[in-house]
Design a protein around this ligand. Structure first.
Ligand code: FES
Ligand code: FES
Length: 225
């Protein structure tokens, strides 16, 4: 069943000016698309509009959000973060800088970490979006989430959902990732409270747990999928 938000009115709080200003600010700061080695990054557009072409009118986008089919009508400029938070009311991905600087908005788009504040909602059409709000299964936290709690990997918590998704993506690819790989995976996520050592320890714990679970046949090494 598809949850239909296509007839909900779109709030106008995000202006084209603020979106362009944000993207420009990120580029100017040197932390933009290709600058992050393996951390979350915005999705490259598949097609560039020529100077004569414009996208006009609203577009309907359908994607799977944590396994649930969602239909929503958005302006072409609407970011995935805005579509989730402002249109659907799904607030697991945090809105902090909205400039591609902090990683708090990190989600997995077809298993790849991306900044949802720099990813257009139309890019999610027909794809699978996962957030920290969808990792728990049957009331049980995912290995990464549980390890973050055990290792005291959060203070204010603003960065936490993004870090959880970056670590989850890393360990789903390689649950035996070492600390250097974990650090690299988190390179696009800023924590102003300085919880990094706890986060890295949590990631290593979670990886060990996923490997043990996989070896015992009692679960997948997929990290809460
Ligand atoms: S809110 Fe998207 S990178 Fe900061
Ligand atoms: S826990 Fe506060 S920003 Fe990371």
């Amino acid at each position: 069943m598809t949850r239909d938000h296509s007839s909900d009115p779109e709030p106008k709080s995000l202006s084209r000016r603020s979106f362009l200003k944000g993207a420009g600010g990120a580029a100017a700061s040197g932390v933009f698309v290709g600058e992050l080695a393996t951390g979350a990054k915005p999705v490259e557009p598949t097609r560039c509009l020529s100077s004569e072409e414009t996208l006009e009118g609203d577009v309907e986008v359908t994607f799977h959000l944590n396994g649930e089919s969602i239909a929503v009508t958005v302006e072409p400029r609407t970011t995935l973060l805005s579509a989730m938070r402002d249109r659907i009311g799904h607030t697991a991905a945090k809105s902090v800088c909205e400039q591609g600087n902090c990683g708090a908005c990190t989600v997995l788009l077809d298993d790849e970490p991306v900044y949802s504040c720099l990813t257009l909602a139309v890019k999610a059409d027909g794809r699978e979006v996962r957030t920290a709000g969808g990792l728990a299964e049957g009331g049980e936290l995912s290995p990464v989430q549980a390890a973050m709690v055990d290792r005291d990997g959060m203070m204010c918590g603003f960065c936490t959902p993004g870090l959880v998704m970056s670590v989850t993506a890393c360990l789903e690819k390689n649950p035996r990732a070492d600390e250097a790989e974990v650090r690299q995976a988190c390179s696009g996520n800023l924590c102003r409270c300085g919880t990094y050592p706890h986060v890295f320890q949590a990631a290593l714990d979670a990886g060990r747990k996923m490997v043990a679970s996989s070896n015992s046949g009692s679960g997948s090494a997929g990290g809460g999928r």
